[in-house]
Write a protein that binds this ligand. Structure first.
Ligand code: SF4
Ligand code: SF4
Ligand code: FES
Length: 333
């Protein structure tokens, strides 16, 4: 069958242009097969990364039909099905089209090759090595039970392809955020029975919006990850560890999480002025936080929108019962 490949091409610091290549392909061909043929048969100047051709090395991640994916994993027939859905929204195409573009959130070096410096530096920032400093080093290797090892399986599947980082909304709006790949690896370290640095790690991953609290929970990393690592799930597990840990210093995100549940439990829904006071101003203890919310309070007062009273929700009893049931369930696990 004939397919049009619309490839976004770009030289460093120049504007992107879309170049169309026409190719006779089989439905089972991978997108990487097609790009190789374009390069070998039509245009040797097209630049892209590849290596294993087998979903192992993580080199060939790019945006295919609008989302980040591995070119050696996706094939023509499934991409045409996706392209048809897109075409149905726009216009009906006589020859199927597949769009190919470089990963997002990283500057383009050439065509589909991006500069992954931030990706690697952010991984390094979470200290992605097992730290055994506080453990007695055994004479031979560190042994793990099958259960201890199984806690590492999902995150160990990461092949560092960058697909999640490319789609991360948290990183897009906050360049301090380390990103989903780094935090998935961070959980792998916390979950490792051989690592003795959990305390420091939790403090580090709890810092401002650099660590777990920089995630906007958009779920895109889970959606695009080709290896089922589910970075958002790992971020959630780190948050749970932080919340359960007494030694982690108090912070706005922690008060937010803890206060939210407490408040909903008390009144069925959120008493907003009290919530803001509790989270941002730490009940008058955080002067900087208090001063930050004063202008908003004054504006609300001026517009007669400041709620002086709070009515608990009619469903408070049911909500209390639900929260208790969830706590009970969590305690069992
Ligand atoms: S869920 Fe969080 S980490 Fe994952 S892509 Fe969205 S903002 Fe990034
Ligand atoms: S978590 Fe998934 S998407 Fe992100 S780098 Fe690892 S394998 Fe790629
Ligand atoms: S070429 Fe190695 S993952 Fe695609």
């Amino acid at each position: 069958m004939e397919v049009l490949f619309k490839v976004t091409r770009q030289q460093h610091n120049s504007s992107p242009v879309v170049q169309t290549y026409r190719l006779q392909v089989e439905p089972g061909n991978t997108i990487l097969d097609c790009l190789n043929r374009i390069k070998w048969e039509q245009d040797g100047t097209l630049a892209f990364r590849k290596n294993c051709r087998n979903t192992i090395c993580g080199s060939c991640a790019m945006r295919i039909n609008g989302r980040s994916a591995l070119a050696c994993k996706e094939n023509v027939s499934s991409e045409i099905a996706i392209a048809k859905q897109i075409a149905a929204v726009n216009s009906v195409k006589t020859i199927p089209e597949i769009t190919i573009a470089p990963l997002g959130n990283m500057p383009v070096i050439k065509d589909l090759v991006v500069d992954m410096k931030d990706f690697w530096n952010n991984l390094e920032a979470i200290a992605p090595y097992v730290n055994t400093a506080a453990q007695k080093v055994p004479e031979k290797e560190f042994l793990q039970t099958p259960q201890q090892r199984s806690r590492l399986e999902q995150t160990s599947n990461c092949i560092m392809c960058g697909a999640c980082f490319s789609e991360c909304n948290g990183f897009e709006v906050n360049r301090d955020f380390v990103g989903p790949h780094a935090l998935a690896k961070a959980y792998r370290m916390i979950a490792d029975s051989r690592d003795s640095d959990t305390e420091n790690r939790l403090q580090k991953y709890n810092e401002g919006t650099k660590g777990v609290w920089g995630c906007t929970r958009c779920w895109y990393c889970n959606f695009v990850c080709p290896m089922g690592v589910a970075p958002l799930d790992q971020i959630t597990k780190i948050k749970q560890e932080i919340l359960a840990h007494k030694q982690v210093p108090d912070s706005v995100p922690l008060r937010h999480r803890k206060g939210l549940v407490k408040m909903v439990e008390q009144g069925g829904w959120i008493n907003e002025p009290q919530f803001v006071l509790q989270v941002v101003a730490n009940y008058f203890r955080d002067l900087k936080g208090l001063l930050a919310i004063v202008p908003l309070g004054l504006r609300m007062l001026a517009k007669n929108k400041f709620p002086f009273s709070f009515e608990p929700s009619e469903g408070t009893k049911e909500i209390k019962a639900l929260i208790a049931a969830v706590r009970e369930e969590n305690a069992k696990n």
